[in-house]
Ligand binder design. Structure first.
Ligand SMILES: [Zn+2]
Length: 337
């Protein structure tokens, strides 16, 4: 494939990055050039047409005050993300709107919430987030919350290995409520025990929006083959992400380095194990992501190039870049109501 063919192929793909953090509380305006890995000029330069910006709250005290502060922050972040869409960027809050944005070759902004801790014990927050446009909720971050055990406990917050033995009763109720309001359930960050419980309880397919394959790199944030099989069985997916520590073991100097070739290795593994329909792509930019060949949104063609070199054709690339995510989203919308 010539460089020209590759550029034409990439330009025609319905690209979507399903997990991008935003600096907070000082958030450089993405409508202009910024030091961020993702802003709208970089998206345009790199042919990244859609991005899910994350209202992320770190795990803090599981107290009424801690929950209130997290809830306020998540809501403020959702409103801030919404406020930057509008001029050139289309705010996308449904699967149909995403498909339409891609057909129109429009630049799209989606929203999601990372760390269900921000709902505290108030299930009504989930409806509020959905009403503000969020498409998914990541049930935990690092550190157990009142919904679920996390894959990486936070001893500095007093965490032991397990707090609930997976999901708590509140966490099960939260997943039912996410189903009811049409939020996708993101299992990234939750403990392995909780993963299997969530996959069973959820009436819509669960997905991991930013993780990699434990078979290639043993890491608590990655999903093993048994988990991959469950993602396939429930109709969900793994979005392989550009976090070097999830992709490769550290070098002799203790530093983590990875490239788009490592990402493609993880994609290859997941596709062989569970099929192309259950695999996608994300960066975790501005949250620790970035690999050689895809260091920011302006370099998005670098990942397409590596995957095309591995033999993924246009149809496969369309599925990886957003087609599968659309299917999972539509399934979440279908059970809502
Ligand atoms: Zn995360």
């Amino acid at each position: 494939m010539t460089d020209q063919d590759l550029a034409a192929l990439h330009a025609a793909l319905p690209t979507l990055d399903t997990h991008v953090d935003i600096p907070w509380p000082d958030t450089p305006d993405p409508r202009g050039e910024t030091p961020r890995q993702v802003d709208f000029p970089k998206m345009a330069a790199g042919g990244l047409k859609a991005v899910v910006f994350i209202a992320y709250t770190p795990q803090g005290p599981r107290t009424p005050e801690g929950h209130a502060a997290a809830g306020e922050r998540a809501e403020a972040m959702l409103r801030a993300i919404r406020a930057t869409a509008g001029d050139g960027q289309r705010l996308v809050t449904t699967a149909d709107e995403l498909a339409q944005a891609h057909r129109d070759n429009a630049s799209a902004v989606l929203l999601a919430v990372e760390n269900g801790n921000a709902m505290g014990h108030d299930l009504g927050r989930l409806k509020l987030w959905r009403d503000l446009g969020a498409c998914y909720v990541t049930v935990t971050h690092d550190g157990h919350n009142d919904l679920s055990d996390a894959a990486r406990p936070r001893p500095d917050l007093g965490d032991g290995e397990s707090l609930h033995g997976g999901l708590s009763a509140l966490g099960r109720d939260a997943i039912r409520e996410m189903n009811r309001v049409g939020l996708m359930v993101d299992t990234s960050h939750i403990a392995r025990t909780a993963f299997f419980q969530a996959a069973e309880i959820s009436r819509s397919p669960v997905l991991a929006t930013h993780a990699c394959c434990a078979a290639l790199r043993a890491h608590p944030r990655n999903v093993d083959d048994e988990q991959l099989d469950v993602l396939r069985d429930v109709g969900g997916m793994l979005q392989v992400t550009a976090v070097p520590a999830f992709l490769r073991a550290p070098g002799e100097d203790g530093r983590f380095r990875a490239s788009v070739a490592d990402m493609a290795d993880h994609v290859d593994h997941a596709v062989k194990r569970i099929g192309i329909e259950h695999v996608g792509l994300s960066s975790d930019f501005d949250g620790g992501g970035g690999v050689e060949g895809w260091r920011n949104a302006a370099e998005t063609a670098g990942l397409t190039a590596e995957l095309a070199r591995r033999g993924y054709d246009r149809g496969a690339l369309e599925l990886l870049w957003s087609g599968n995510f659309l299917r999972v989203w539509r399934a979440a919308e279908a059970v809502a109501g």
